[in-house]
Design a binder for this molecule. Structure first.
Ligand code: SF4
Ligand code: SF4
Length: 300
């Protein structure tokens, strides 16, 4: 079985307990405005352009057999809708400014990388985390990979937005030891406005994780002006407290680490003017969540 992987990060310490290998999968049905991995949205491999490495030599323009690349004072532009991912432009760019993001890999190939650090997992209580993108888009692949890991006593963590079918979620949960579950907005319309889709599937899959009694960490990205209102934080905390009071909540403060990636795939970053949340704002959100009897931490 093959999946499309856009990164494998070894020695990761932020994607679950202990030392982990995080496997990033391509494809996401959401388009959250603050996403720091926009190159993960397209489920297929795609050409990325590192403008800091580009010498504007024009070689890729001449190389593309379909004539899809143009060059102006801002750099190159690719007609991505018509690109057939032949990779000729990537091969031609000696500066290394062009890369193909997303590679087809078998479960075996990914597992062979994951198992290299098995001793570190044992010592630190770590394991594998599958992230994205949205892992539910490659549910069969993730389930098979997790199954393989579990057989070899490697702890499995599913990092998900919860946007997918119940069947896809069940496939993955069958081999999952821990779920990192993102919850962004409780208002369906606002969720659609900021993330491109309603939150109904997300809420029903959240209840499913609770029903299956799989340990979970609920993660709330805090984006000033978008989802940080008292009303929304209270609504999130109330939902979690009613479903599973022992679920810890992590607040993920807004950051802009992914901003430059938008330009790499000819997309516009829309949150340029959003300020980072202040300590006071983060503490306030934490206190609201704790007032519902939940444990809450602010991620660094
Ligand atoms: S992306 Fe590479 S080949 Fe294309 S113009 Fe820039 S340096 Fe030249
Ligand atoms: S991948 Fe192929 S079709 Fe797409 S822009 Fe590059 S050369 Fe052209």
């Amino acid at each position: 079985m093959e999946g499309i992987v856009f990164n494998i990060q070894r020695y990761s310490i932020d994607d679950g307990p202990g030392v982990r290998t995080t496997v990033f999968l391509k494809g996401c049905p959401l388009t959250c405005l603050w996403c720091s991995n926009p190159e993960s949205w397209n489920p297929l491999p795609e050409v990325t352009w590192r403008y800091t490495s580009c010498k504007k030599c024009g070689t890729c323009v001449e190389t593309c057999p379909l004539g899809l690349i143009t060059l102006d004072e801002d750099g190159i532009h690719i007609d991505r809708k018509s690109c057939d991912r032949c990779g000729k432009c990537v091969e031609a760019c000696v500066q290394g400014a062009l890369r193909m993001s997303g590679t087809k890999m078998t479960v075996e190939e990914v597992y062979n990388i994951v198992k290299r650090d098995i001793d570190y997992y044992k010592l630190s209580g770590g394991g594998i985390t599958c992230s994205g993108g949205e892992i539910l888009m490659q549910a069969d692949f993730v389930a098979e990979l997790f199954k393989r890991c579990r057989k070899n006593d490697i702890h499995t963590c599913a990092d998900t937005s919860g946007f997918g079918s119940k069947q896809e979620m069940e496939k993955i949960l069958a081999y999952t030891d821990l779920v990192y579950y993102d919850l962004k907005h409780m208002d369906a319309e606002e969720h659609k406005r900021f993330c491109g889709q309603s939150n109904d599937l997300i809420l029903s899959n959240l209840a499913l994780v609770v029903e299956k009694r799989i340990p979970m960490v609920l993660r709330v990205p805090l984006i000033p002006g978008y989802n940080d209102s008292e009303k929304n934080i209270k609504a999130i905390a109330k939902t979690v407290a009613e479903l599973a009071k022992d679920t810890p909540v992590n607040i993920l403060p807004y950051h802009r680490y992914g901003e430059n990636k938008y330009r790499m795939i000819d997309m516009k970053y829309h949150l340029k003017d959003v300020k980072y949340p202040t300590e006071k704002e983060l503490d306030k959100a934490k206190q609201i969540i704790e007032s519902f009897g939940l444990k809450c931490e602010i991620s660094k």
